[in-house]
Design a protein around this ligand. Sequence first.
Ligand code: FES
Length: 159
Amino acid sequence: MISLATRQRFDELVTRYPEKRSALIPILHEVQAEAGHLSAAAIEWVAGYLSLSPADVMSVASFYDMLELEPVGTHMIYVCQNLTCAMLGAEKLIRHLEGRLGIRMGETTPDGKITLRRMECLAACGAAPAIQVDGEYHHQMTPEKLDALLDTLQARSNR
Ligand code: FES
């Protein structure tokens, strides 16, 4: 399940922390990047690797919005819904995304390519409304910019 290369990265990663368990969040992010989400088996593996209980790992994994416990799309679109973004059009962006993709926030397109999520402040308030796509920030978003972004994602997925 966890590739040898990833396991070797973890062996190096844990040496950067005073305690092995402090590497929990970066390791969960890496496992998710490799597997797409954190399955029960992955939670158990990480717990064993860091000498934690599966319940400890699960409590952290379920706390953070960007850690996924269920399968998600190949591309993740997070739309900030917090105050500044809300005042500058976040709901309009959300309606545009839902309309274009035919799904609601929190759902994944039937082809498994795109998942939509609402998010609290993305710490990009100075360039609101902000969204994050596959870890990259996109600022001062408009429906037109969203269309261009979706076109790019869909073209990338069709390669
Ligand atoms: S309120 Fe949207 S990035 Fe802060």
